[in-house]
Write a protein that binds this ligand. Structure first.
Ligand code: 13P
Ligand code: SF4
Length: 328
């Protein structure tokens, strides 16, 4: 493969507008034995081109079991890193390397290592939304799909550090009745929902179910009829007899909700700024054009040292083993 110069973390090249990108992506995937994994927060076109769409747990499980040679990860950096950690021999591509995560950035490894050293008798459970360096400092990784079961799998007297999301940590603490030492991190997308606007929306839509991701603040979660990971929120909307839903998470999830239940109405919960909906600026850096170029030229690629890959794999494997044990 010819070496191309990546500028600013992505292939900034013209794509012929007359090209049927969906068809080209399909051909390239076959030619290269590649799989396209996408998170629910990706733009609609990317979701429509994907082989698998899921939440962080589902995406890690798919990465761990795929026999593809190339994994194109349409998500953010920590997700593609997780795929590389689980499949070190495969080529893992991310359409735009700048696709980071405010939550992962809120937990720098040096500061976290000091924090951990202050609590030497604590087990470190870390939300998957963190860098590989933080994973390497952790005992067990979790996602919003399995955090309750993972915390409950530990003996009651076991002291726990939960990082980096204080909102998810508080929610899990309440659910399990376990006190945990929390790292003070948060997600910029889930922290800016407006309580006032949500209350108003609920008033105008009295029959709507209000559903929220556990990365939201406690005051927002307190109003929710249902709380869960993106996959759990989607299944709730499919199974519920309700016809209207106010959805407090990134708006990308609405695409699958609308596709699965076209007869139902989905209203994105509004943030406390002038926008009507709430997009993750990191997730939305990936576009269908960047995805096509990345698959064609096999760049940008996720690369890490073997020692970091090996250290970060242990806590992820513990999560996958526990998830299998609990049928998740
Ligand atoms: P899940 O899809 O695992 O619920 O995670 C949400 C999220 O914020 C991913 O960045
Ligand atoms: Fe990170 Fe929040 Fe964006 Fe998810 S939605 S990638 S947690 S910033």
């Amino acid at each position: 493969m010819e070496t191309l110069l990546l500028k600013n973390g992505f292939l900034n090249m013209e794509v012929d507008p007359s090209l049927d990108i969906f068809e080209e992506i399909k051909k390239l995937k076959k030619e290269k034995n590649a799989i396209l994994l996408a998170h629910y927060y990706q733009e609609n076109d990317i979701q429509d081109a994907a082989d698998y769409i899921g939440d962080s747990l589902g995406l890690s499980q798919q990465a761990a079991k795929t026999d593809a040679d190339v994994i194109v990860f349409a998500g953010v950096h920590f997700m593609a890193e997780t795929a590389k950690i689980l499949c070190p021999e495969k080529k893992v591509l991310l359409p735009d390397l700048r696709a980071g995560c405010s939550l992962a950035d809120s937990c720098p490894p040096k500061e976290f290592a000091n924090f951990k050293a202050q609590h030497p008798d604590h087990i470190v459970i870390t939300y998957i939304n963190c860098s590989a360096e933080i994973k390497a400092l952790s005992d067990i990784i979790c996602t919003s799909s399995n955090a309750v079961q993972i915390v409950e799998s530990l003996p009651p007297q076991q002291k726990i550090i939960f990082a980096p999301d204080k909102n998810l940590g508080n929610y899990i603490s309440k659910k399990t009745g376990r006190e945990m030492v929390l790292w003070n991190g948060s997600c910029m997308v889930h922290e800016i929902f407006s309580l006032e606007k949500i209350t108003k929306l609920k008033h105008y839509h009295p029959n709507a179910k209000f559903i929220a991701h556990p990365e939201c603040e406690q005051a927002v979660l307190a109003l929710a009829d249902f709380i869960g990971s993106t996959t759990a929120l989607l299944s709730y909307t499919i199974k519920s007899p309700a016809k209207e839903f106010i959805v407090a998470t990134e708006t990308g999830i609405l695409h699958q909700m609308e596709k699965s239940s076209p007869e139902k109405t989905f209203i994105p919960a509004p943030p406390n700024n002038n926008c009507a909906c709430n997009d993750c600026p990191h997730m939305k850096l990936n576009t269908l054009e960047k995805l096509y170029l990345c698959l064609k030229y096999e760049q940008p690629e996720i690369k890490m040292s073997k020692s970091l890959l090996d250290k970060a794999r242990l806590p992820i494997n513990r999560m996958l083993e526990l998830s299998a044990k609990y049928g998740l």
